[in-house]
Design a protein around this ligand. Sequence first.
Ligand SMILES: CC(C)(COP(=O)(O)OP(=O)(O)OC[C@H]1O[C@@H](n2cnc3c(N)ncnc32)[C@H](O)[C@@H]1OP(=O)(O)O)[C@@H](O)C(=O)NCCC(=O)NCCS
Length: 153
Amino acid sequence: MDSVRPYEPGDRDACLDLFDSNVPVFFDVSEREGFAEFLDEMRWPYQVIVRDGRIVACGGHAVEADGVTAALCWGMVDGRLHGEGLGRRLTEARLAAARAVRGVTAVRLDTSQHTEGFYRRFGFTVEAVTTDGFSPGIDKYEMRLVFGDDGGR
Ligand SMILES: CC(C)(COP(=O)(O)OP(=O)(O)OC[C@H]1O[C@@H](n2cnc3c(N)ncnc32)[C@H](O)[C@@H]1OP(=O)(O)O)[C@@H](O)C(=O)NCCC(=O)NCCS
């Protein structure tokens, strides 16, 4: 049984394991330090999915200075468990959390060529593409979703 709960400091190593399980296809190892710093600072709502006592997915959102945009940050599913519906569950939880923030009307995210198709399924559209934007071979896709009356779908 999977459950979603807020990140706790003791989850740090498990989340780094999730990152490692997605290297090198989805993440470059050079990004690891930035993720570790993000976890240590933990300034924004961040959620984990727990399955049988083990963390299998994590992701959060940050409200930007304009107060109307939430940026999805550091979302990932254990690389050994892709394709089991965890990404959908995680994304729905993050979008619900962002939508619940008073004033937030849109969500943006930076992702890669490997996952932009996944986020299109939730209504995100591509606004810009930078070849090798994250690292050699991992392009940066800037995507945006504007919440509508239908819940943003
Ligand atoms: C993107 C990611 C979260 C998807 O997680 P997942 O658990 O494999 O996705 P799900 O099993 O919930 O898939 C939900 C649906 O999206 C589809 N899907 C999954 N990955 C997809 C992809 N890369 N492109 C297009 N569709 C995809 C599935 O086929 C499924 O379709 P269905 O509902 O018709 O069956 C996962 O690949 C991941 O963690 N990647 C590494 C981290 C990463 O790159 N994050 C990007 C932002 S930093």
